[in-house]
Structure formats: structure tokens, C-alpha cells
Design a protein around this ligand. Structure first.
Ligand code: G3H
Ligand code: 13P
Ligand code: NA
Ligand code: ZN
Length: 328
């Protein structure tokens, strides 16, 4: 059945676990998430970015989610808008049956330019008013995601902004977080502490200089009842890098967010952990392997089925590692 983000995260807080939020773009990813959740009895957060909604089409995506929910009636499913860039995106998500929206007011509506604190508060508060009137939850974001190693905000994905940001701009300010939650009424707060989207987060295994988990602890001390969200939280496992590169891929060596750091966050109020890149890599590795090993193959099901299985494995691991397994 469908459930709001608020309901899921309240339960997660009560029982001290975290929930992975996996991105969806197509049927195979939807089935992978639900099969994994079913295997370990976990509740589910499925999220769609604006890009995903454009790729899959809102009508198709909505029917796909309906199908997944109907197929697994015993699993609570939150359908979440990832990185909504303005009230219009959030409003249409609600019209299509999403039970949760992210209003990412850390950036302007172009999703490139860092926004002022005043803009962020104002736009987030307006979305909270609209969404709550519809029984829909809201995630806000305070602080700009980006690398503490380079000062670049999201540049590795090619859809980031160019200018360098200061160390402080890349970390959520705990005092401001208290004010933001109070002023907006968000159900969950995404914070910036050194992670970035995509595969190229860190040039070495991250330590406290580049992955500021202490910021999470400080914010949780001030806001013990606020559900915290970690973006850019793929672990970029070595075995997935290796399989891609073993079968013709060219991914330079990179490091993601170690699972044990996320587990530390979960002890300090982190309840939603966004994971997309790991699933993309699992899918790509499986497809590369199949097509190299069976070059005569041309039925898409021959490579999409192992792709789905590879993503299912990642999802199942995260449900277990973050502690949501057994809580459906
Ligand atoms: O926010 C990043 C997620 O990985 C979604 O990425 O905007 O390319 O769909 P996307
Ligand atoms: P990754 O790129 O680390 O998987 O992060 C995904 C994310 O934060 C989606 O909002
Ligand atoms: Na989100
Ligand atoms: Zn994100």
C-alpha cells in the first residue's frame, strides 16, 4: 500500500533504522526494488527525479508504480519526487499520486545556481503548505551538495555549476538548520556534509576531512526529532567498478560513501539515504558482462534480466545494512 514519507520515517526513527531511497526510471528498476524488499521484508521508498519523469513519462511511471504496489500489497511504498526544483514540479508530482516531494530550494529553479537562504525558506514553506493540504510529505534541503576535496558543486555529473564554493557553503550550518526546520515545517531535512551525486565523490577512501559526519551529529543534537536525509550516498563498491572495467568499461578508480559511515549516520538521526549510482553501476556491469560473454545475443531480455538481478542484489544489501529489513 502507498504510505507517506512521514509515516515511514517516524517508524524508522522509533525503531532506529534507516531507509534507502532508490531511484526509478523503468520497469526493471521497479521490479528490482520490490523483489529485494519482498525478499527481506522491508518498506520501500521509490523516488523519481525530473529526468526520470521525462524519460519514463508521467502517465507510464504512474501506472508502473500502481502495478508494483498491487503486486506487493503487503509492502508499504512511498513514492517520492527526488530534487523537485520548484512548486510546479512538486504540484504535478502530487497530481500523479506521489506521497512525498522534495523541494530542493538549496538551488534556484534552474537547478544550477545556489540559492539564498531566504529564497530556500520561502519556496520550501510554500510547498509544505500545499503538500500538507494534500496529505503529502515534504523533504527540504539546506546546504549545497559538493566536494570538500575540490570545492566543486556537482561538477562531475556535467549538470552542476562551475564556480568553486567555500568549505562553509558545502556544509549545512547547524544553527541555520534549526531555524529552517522551524520556519518551513518540513518532514525531513537533507543536509550537505561532503557527499556529491554520481560515481566520482572522493579520490581516496574518505576520512573526516572530506566526509563531515560530525556535522550530522551536531545537527541531530540540536534537532533530535527531525528526520535527516543523506544524498549522494552510493558506496561505489569496488566489485562494481571492477566488473564494468573488466568488460570494456572505462571508469577511473573512485571512492563513494562507505556503508559504515552511513550506519554511523543512522545512529544520529539519518533516516533516508539516497542511492542511485550503485544501482546504475550494477545494471551496467551486468549488461556489459552478458553482451561480451554472449556476443551473439540480441534479445533485450537476455541482458535486462541479469541487470535487474544485479540491482536487486544491491537493493537487498542496502535494506539489510541500513536496518529496514524486517520492518515492512
Ligand atoms: O539526483 C540524482 C539522482 O541520481 C537522479 O539523477 O537526475 O540523472 O535522474 P538524474
Ligand atoms: P548517488 O549518486 O550517490 O547514488 O546519490 C543519489 C541521490 O542523492 C539522489 O537524490
Ligand atoms: Na530526494
Ligand atoms: Zn540527491
Amino acid at each position: 500500500a502507498r504510505i507517506t514519507l512521514r509515516q515511514l520515517l517516524d517508524h524508522a526513527a522509533e525503531h532506529e533504522y534507516g531507509l534507502p531511497a532508490f531511484n526509478i526510471n523503468n520497469m526493471e528498476q521497479g521490479l528490482a526494488i520490490m523483489e529485494a524488499a519482498d525478499a527481506v521484508d522491508s518498506p520501500v521508498i521509490i523516488q523519481a527525479s525530473r529526468g526520470a519523469r521525462n524519460y519514463a513519462n508521467d502517465i507510464i511511471l504512474t501506472r508502473l508504480i500502481d502495478g508494483l504496489v498491487e503486486l506487493y500489497p503487503h509492502i508499504p511504498v512511498c513514492m517520492h519526487q527526488d530534487h523537485g526544483n520548484g512548486p510546479a514540479t512538486c504540484a504535478t508530482a502530487i497530481q500523479y499520486g506521489f506521497t512525498s516531494v522534495m523541494m530542493d530550494g538549496s538551488l534556484m529553479e534552474d537547478a544550477k545556481t545556489p540559492a539564498s537562504y531566504e529564497y530556500n525558506v520561502d519556496v520550501t514553506r510554500r510547498v509544505v503548505e500545499m503538500a500538507h493540504a494534500c496529505g503529502v510529505s515534504v523533504e527540504g534541503e539546506l546546504g549545497v551538495l559538493g566536494s570538500l576535496e575540490t570545492g566543486m558543486g556537482e561538477a562531475e555529473d556535467g549538470h552542476g555549476f562551475e564556480g568553486k564554493l567555500s568549505h562553509d557553503e558545502l556544509l549545512t550550518d547547524p544553527d541555520q538548520a534549526v531555524d529552517f526546520v522551524q520556519a518551513t515545517g518540513v518532514d525531513a531535512l537533507a543536509i550537505a556534509m561532503g557527499t556529491s551525486h554520481g560515481a566520482y565523490k572522493f579520490t581516496r577512501k574518505p576520512d573526516g576531512d572530506v566526509l563531515a559526519m560530525n556535522v550530522i551529529e551536531e545537527i541531530h543534537r540540536r534537532l533530535p526529532n527531525t528526520h535527516l536525509v543523506m544524498h549522494g550516498s552510493s558506496s561505489v563498491p569496488q566489485d562494481l567498478q571492477d566488473i564494468i572495467n573488466a568488460y570494456g568499461g572505462e571508469m577511473p578508480q573512485t571512492w563513494g560513501v562507505p556503508v559504515e559511515e552511513i550506519q554511523r549516520g543512522i545512529k544520529h538521526g539519518v533516516r533516508k539515504i539516497n542511492v542511485d549510482t550503485d544501482n546504475r553501476m550494477a545494471i551496467t556491469g551486468a549488461i556489459r558482462k552478458l553482451l561480451i560473454e554472449k556476443p551473439q545475443e540480441f534479445d533485450p531480455r537476455a541482458y535486462l534480466k541479469p541487470a535487474k538481478e544485479a540491482m536487486k542484489k544491491v537493493c537487498q544489501a542496502r535494506f539489510t545494512e541500513f536496518g529496514s529489513a524486517g520492518h515492512a
